[in-house]
Design a protein around this ligand. Structure first.
Ligand code: ZN
Ligand code: ZN
Length: 379
């Protein structure tokens, strides 16, 4: 199947990403983490540092270089992807000797303290590394070393998230009128997913949420057999995936004229969402954005009906740093890409959530989700 012309029009030209510039920035962080070597096992982090997209690899990072190991399935792919990304690494392709290669690399680097990624290493793996791989080294649990780098996107990454957002915006515009025909949630979700694929998405960003009527009061309802009916609010939370990067947006559509309570919910969440976006700026505490949304919803008397935090970073993962939550310690920086997605959930009336993805700048932010915030289809 040839690439449809409409896909090219939506995706546009994507700027190259500076993949090769990432490993040096990670190497600079080793001293601060008090490790001589860092063993990456999280595949998304390995993709970020090397450009490798396969499903099996380990990457040892020391001050002097990178040692990349994978199995026989991925030898050629690894060589090609690292070369294309301009990443210099010793690549070892082996099914049986990965351990020996990494042990030798640790020894020849003279590494005494070896960092592991605490959030992705299982207990069993940690025991194996400790007892049989690196018995003479001290294993150090590390967190956030790559995540901190990933949080700040380069222009190529922003281009990909923007393209994914464009696909999602366009797909919703194409299929929204289908709500007039009263599909089930699942049918509508499938139409949206199909439209995104046709527009050039590599995949959906996550399982599309279509939550109508009472289901809308469940923030993470998926898309089920319920037939969408007059009087429903329909929460549609979805996104497209483009070259590994995720889009994330939510719109709430009223089917027929909303009730007075539903109208107020739409207005309050819209105001809260705008207040959150207005609070986004480099140097601001992430929790201040959450507070800006919560203040508007609290003033309307619905604080208890805002059942989740305000937002999260988006990139190679759908949920990544920084988190925009009451407990967040993060400070926003230029190049962060985050969602702002307050909601109000009332079982008798349904749910309203509005979510945009924005790029943090020194002056404020650039909203990359362009779909109209609130729309109504005929009853
Ligand atoms: Zn979402
Ligand atoms: Zn989200």
């Amino acid at each position: 199947m040839s690439e449809p012309a409409e896909a090219h029009a939506v995706l546009g030209q994507l700027a190259p990403m500076d993949v090769a510039g990432r490993a040096p920035r990670l190497q600079e962080r080793l001293d601060g983490a008090e490790v001589d070597a860092l063993l990456l096992t999280d595949l998304t982090n390995i993709r970020y540092i090397t450009g490798f997209t396969g499903s099996a690899a380990r990457l040892l990072v020391t001050a002097s270089g990178l040692t990349f190991v994978t199995d026989g399935r991925y030898g050629e792919q690894a060589a090609a992807q690292l070369r294309d990304a301009g990443v210099a690494a010793v690549i070892e392709v082996s099914n049986a000797e990965q351990k020996d290669v990494l042990v030798k690399a640790v020894e020849s680097a003279g590494a005494r303290r070896v960092g592991l990624e605490a959030e992705s290493v299982t207990w069993a793996a940690q025991r194996a590394y400790d007892e049989s791989w690196f018995p003479d080294a001290e294993l150090v649990p590390t967190t956030g070393l790559v995540a901190g780098l990933r949080a700040v996107k380069d222009q190529g990454e922003i281009d990909r998230i923007t393209a994914a957002s464009r696909v999602a915006d366009t797909a919703l515009a194409q299929v929204r009128a289908r709500l007039d025909d009263r599909p089930t949630e699942a049918e509508f979700g499938l139409e949206l997913d199909t439209a995104m694929r046709r527009l050039g998405a590599d995949d959906v960003s996550f399982e599309t949420i279509v939550a109508s009527g009472p289901n809308g009061a469940l923030p993470h309802h998926r898309a089920g057999p319920r037939t969408i009916a007059a009087g429903d609010l329909v929460v549609i939370d979805f996104g497209a995936l483009v070259d590994g990067y995720h889009a994330d947006m939510t719109r709430t559509v009223a089917v027929g004229a909303p009730s007075s309570t539903q109208e107020r919910m739409l207005a309050v969440v819209g105001e809260a969402q705008a207040a959150g976006v207005a609070a986004v700026r480099a140097g601001v505490d992430a929790k201040a954005v959450d507070a800006a949304c919560r203040e508007v919803i609290g003033a309307a008397g619905w604080l208890d009906a805002f059942l989740h935090s305000t937002g999260h970073g988006v990139g190679l993962d759908i949920h990544e740093d920084p988190r925009l939550a009451q407990t967040s310690e993060a400070v926003l920086a230029p190049g962060h890409v985050v969602t702002v997605e307050p909601g109000v959930y009332l079982p008798e009336h349904g749910g309203v959530r509005i979510e945009d993805t924005v790029v943090v700048t020194d002056e404020g932010c650039v909203t990359i989700t362009l779909a109209p915030k609130v729309t109504t289809v005929a009853a």
